[in-house]
Design a protein around this ligand. Structure first.
Ligand code: SF4
Length: 485
């Protein structure tokens, strides 16, 4: 197989999306629709579990929602008025069907199915303790840790066991849990990953993003608040807050890149924020040029904002084919290198002899930017100026976003001058961290912090990172031993 998407191997990947429906005769079909709208949050695997009043039913599959969950026989095999679903891009745990969610567990208090968006930053430590006490893990997913904590809790009811489990975990989690009694949706006390709530003809719906409510015709009710558990039992919906209150730190990258532009995140339109970031970039990093060109698709709103603020025309200089999947059967070694052009190609007639400003959402390893700049030069661009709608990504994410280790991040290795040389651009600029906060309608970061998680830019992680620190400690110990020996 040949990757035909030159820009996907070097972007940050959101790890997961979750969707749950309680109280609809079409629960599984609605979850399939919702997951379809959340497909951008994870393309490796998808799963749906339903409860028919007596039994749980689950279908999990590798690959996209379409092709796996658009078949009548699959949906008919998921009966019941409650269903929960998940799309996955794995970072913790290998890519295997046993790690695909929802995960199911049968306890003395009754069965439950759980879908998780986020990453538990002390999962390895907890897992080691659980295994020592006799737990037998079926998967390598961090989410299974929650199940074992629930199973081994000394509390009596499932809800109390959940709360007990959640109080032991660190990191980011938006969870939708289906039980025989109903549904529990919750968000970690910092609200790092999103979770919203909607209604459709009396059914209660939970989703990672509002766009998933839109596609199934549901109305947006509100966000599940950081640290809140929403409990649905029949028509009763109640809320509890079992954690000590904390200042929320939602992931700022949801507005920069992860969420679909037609979603509302927090109380802000993602599209509007992205345009504002582009406008801020134009103010902070102006340059004379003929065209503003987005790197499709994620750079489009910021490029529109840059063009409107600068007065430089917005043009489509990179054309994307919508008829090519993520991979394509390799047609032969001699044309392998041409595969990348199947999906994205330079609009030569527009670009030739022109000074262009390329707008993209982020730079991770830099290999993508290098390819795009080269693509523009091959098409005859006179000058290529790169503008990035986020600050330099200098730190890894430990909260459910697939980032390379720090040593592989271009911005961790080079200053902006070095990065400019690496990607062979005529100039390169990033929006400032204060500019990003301004685009989100905030004062300077220093005035409002803590307000968002912006750790991949600043290194200011909002939680302890137990597993990461344990590994660092082991590494240091190994180095010490080596020196002693
Ligand atoms: S480290 Fe970055 S990507 Fe991860 S949650 Fe924080 S802001 Fe989001």
């Amino acid at each position: 197989m040949l990757t035909t998407h030159p820009f996907e191997d070097d972007t940050l990947h959101e790890e997961c999306g979750v969707f749950g429906v309680s109280g609809s005769d079409s629960a599984a079909a609605l979850v399939a629709l919702g997951l379809h709208a959340l497909q951008h949050r994870g393309q490796e695997a998808a799963g749906i579990s339903s409860f028919d009043g007596h039994h749980f039913h689950t279908h999990r599959a590798m690959g996209h929602v379409a092709g796996n969950f658009d078949r009548d026989d699959v949906i008919r095999a998921l009966p019941g008025t409650s269903a929960v679903g998940h799309v996955r891009y794995s970072t913790t745990g290998e890519t295997a069907l046993r790690n695909v969610q929802p995960l199911y567990a049968d306890l003395s208090t009754g069965g439950f199915a759980v879908a998780h968006n986020g990453n538990i930053s002390n999962a390895m430590k907890l897992r080691r303790e659980l295994v020592r006490r006799g737990s037998i893990f079926q998967s390598t997913s961090d989410t299974e840790t929650i199940i074992h904590l629930v199973a081994t809790s000394n509390y009596r009811t499932l809800l109390d066991r959940f709360i007990d489990a959640l109080k032991q975990i660190e990191g980011a989690y938006s969870l939708v849990v289906m039980t025989p009694e109903g549904m529990i949706a919750c968000r970690d006390p910092l609200g790092i990953r999103p979770l919203v709530m909607g209604k459709l003809d009396g059914a209660v719906i939970f989703a990672s993003e509002t766009v998933a409510l839109d596609v199934c015709g549901a109305t947006f009710e509100r966000q599940v608040e950081p640290g809140e558990l929403v409990i649905v039992q029949g028509t009763e919906v109640r809320s509890i807050r079992p954690f000590a209150p904390m200042a929320p730190r939602p992931c700022i990258f949801e507005w920069v890149y992860f969420s679909r532009p037609d979603s509302i995140a927090g109380d802000q339109s993602v599209y509007t924020v992205r345009k504002a970031i582009g406008a801020q970039l134009a103010i902070e990093s102006p340059v004379e040029a003929d065209y503003v060109i987005p790197v499709p698709d994620s750079g489009v709103p910021a490029a529109i904002g840059y063009a409107q603020e600068s007065g430089i025309p917005f043009e489509l200089g990179i054309i994307r084919s919508h008829y090519v999947g993520r991979t394509f059967i390799q047609p032969g070694d001699k044309v392998r290198h041409l595969g990348v052009k199947l999906k994205h190609n330079a609009n030569r007639a527009l670009i030739e002899g022109k000074r262009i400003i390329l707008v993209d959402d982020s730079i991770v390893r830099g290999t993508t930017s290098l390819k795009i700049v080269q693509m523009m030069r091959d098409a005859g661009a006179a000058e290529v100026h790169m503008r990035i709608a986020s600050p330099p990504t200098r730190h890894s994410c430990f909260y459910g976003v697939d980032t390379p280790e720090r040593a592989k991040l271009l911005a961790a290795k080079h200053d902006v001058g070095g990065m400019t040389d690496f990607i062979h651009a005529d100039s390169l600029s990033f929006v400032s961290i204060d500019g990003l906060y301004k685009a989100l309608g905030e004062a300077k970061r220093a005035d409002v912090r803590p307000k968002y998680c912006d750790a991949c830019f600043t290194g200011d992680y909002p939680t302890t990172l137990t597993d990461h620190d344990d590994v660092a400690e082991v590494d240091q110990f190994a180095m010490l031993e080596e020196r002693v020996n």
